[in-house]
Ligand binder design. Structure first.
Ligand SMILES: CCCCCC/C=C/C(=O)SCCNC(=O)CCNC(=O)[C@H](O)C(C)(C)COP(=O)(O)OP(=O)(O)OC[C@H]1O[C@@H](n2cnc3c(N)ncnc32)[C@H](O)[C@@H]1OP(=O)(O)O
Length: 396
């Protein structure tokens, strides 16, 4: 649904639609406009355009017209196209909205757009959509949304209709996003998911469409990608926080052992069904899980595929804190915003002190796990499990 709303909003808000901005209908916006004169930067504007993609609720036609008009005014200036005919309802509504902005300067339109998006996000339930404003090029389209605000860079998995399963492209994009986040001026980096799931793990179709004779090569390149991907988490220099907004499966669970903080909604579950899939643990979980929860609890998860509730995962140390789903987003983002104001260099250095003495070991474990998985992917057990999932005979 969010994806649909996002797409809809994007079409209306950046393509080419509105009625005049009714500031009285948007108290937050009104507040901003009455405050000291501000002008949003191009970066803020681009952030806001990205934030629109994450809106969960359709804001309604009037708001979408406002967004459209402000977008056009901000990018092209006053309405400069002929008025559509009276029967061309949609385009006429869009034209009216844009035209109603008169000679509003581009800078003001840009600021109003940013403020309107901010007020829409603030009224939505998810502060992951309240706080951020995306500012990075996203090579894989909208499947990954990277936002940065208030000292927090947020990487959002955005394939809610596929439970945020990770495509090959997404692995690459997450690596790029982490690389950029490690160098940006944010203090904290967050990974979260859009929709009801945090992440359903590896997209099982990553293993399909392999031409005959290329299976070995696919397994080899998959193992290289896996290794590189996990290495980025091992080496990530800043505090890394998982905001687990729903169930998590497979690799999205195993890499949690490499995060510094894991906050979870009480709706989340943690499932690593590797044996069911004919596969074996990755993400350094063969090392981090026994260390975190002890060997027999780790074995229940990694070998027998026991699914943990959020509370169980918290008791066992995999999750830092569990929040009621109804207040999850609010509580977590308030907390993170406060943490993000701490001195960034001190946080970075403290993290390095904790992580550095383990790094070498983690890299070696990652290499070993990846190579074992390479073999597992070629096994009948694994191939059968994937075929079963894709033919809908099996679901976790
Ligand atoms: C470079 C490679 C590195 C690989 C590293 C190794 C990683 C290993 C792992 O991550 S193992 C874990 C793999 N994940 C799974 O096995 C999960 C499979 N999915 C499910 O069992 C279920 O979909 C579910 C329990 C997650 C959710 O069930 P339900 O609520 O009933 O929803 P749907 O099944 O209808 O799902 C909706 C939609 O999403 C598609 N989908 C969900 N998960 C995946 C997935 N992992 N891969 C591909 N597609 C997935 C599902 O097919 C539906 O699509 P559709 O609407 O039918 O088109």
């Amino acid at each position: 649904m969010a994806g649909v709303v996002g797409r809809l909003a994007r079409r209306w808000c950046s393509g080419a639609l509105s009625s005049p901005l009714q500031v009285t209908r948007f108290p937050t916006l009104q507040l901003h406009l009455c405050g000291p004169a501000m002008t949003a930067s191009q970066k803020d504007f681009e952030n806001a355009m990205n934030q629109v993609k994450l809106l969960k609720k359709d804001p309604g036609n009037e708001v979408k017209l406002n967004l459209y008009a402000l977008y056009k005014q901000a990018t092209e200036g006053p309405c400069n196209v002929p008025k559509p005919g009276v029967l061309d309802f949609i385009n006429k509504a869009k034209w009216d909205a844009w035209n109603a902005l008169g000679s509003l300067p581009k800078d003001n339109a840009r600021q109003n757009y940013v403020d309107l998006v901010s007020s829409l996000s603030a009224s939505s339930e998810s502060p992951s959509q309240v706080t951020p404003a995306a500012d990075r090029k996203q090579p894989g389209g909208d499947a990954l949304v990277v936002t940065s605000q208030d000292g927090i860079t947020t990487i959002t998995l955005n394939r809610p209709d596929k439970k945020n399963a990770l495509t090959t492209q997404m692995y690459h994009d997450i690596m790029l996003a982490l690389e950029a986040a490690s160098k940006d001026d944010s203090a904290i980096t967050v990974l979260t998911g859009n929709g009801d799931y945090y992440c359903s793990g590896n997209d099982l179709t990553n293993f399909t469409d392999v031409p005959p004779g290329a299976v070995e090569e696919k397994a080899r390149s998959g193992a290289v990608l896996l290794r590189d991907f996990v290495d980025c988490f091992i080496d990530f220099p800043k505090p890394l926080v998982a905001v687990v907004n729903g169930p998590a499966v497979g690799i999205s669970v195993t890499i949690l052992g490499l995060f510094d903080i894991v906050y979870a909604t009480d709706r989340a579950t943690f499932h690593t069904p590797f044996s069911h899939l004919g596969q074996s643990p990755e993400g350094c979980s063969s090392y981090t899980f026994p260390k975190i929860m002890g060997s027999s609890k780790a074995t229940e998860m990694l070998v027998f595929g026991k699914k943990l509730t959020a509370r169980e995962a918290c008791t066992q140390g995999l999750v830092t804190e569990v929040f009621p789903d109804s207040t999850f987003q609010k509580e977590v983002w308030v907390r993170l915003k406060a943490y993000s104001k701490l001195p960034p260099n001190a946080m970075r250095i403290s993290k390095q002190v904790i992580r550095n003495r383990e790094k070498e070991k983690l890299h070696a474990i990652n290499a070993e796990e990846s190579s074992i998985l390479q073999e597992r992917w070629l096994s009948d057990e694994c191939m059968n499990a994937i075929v079963n999932f894709l033919s809908r005979k099996a679901k976790l």
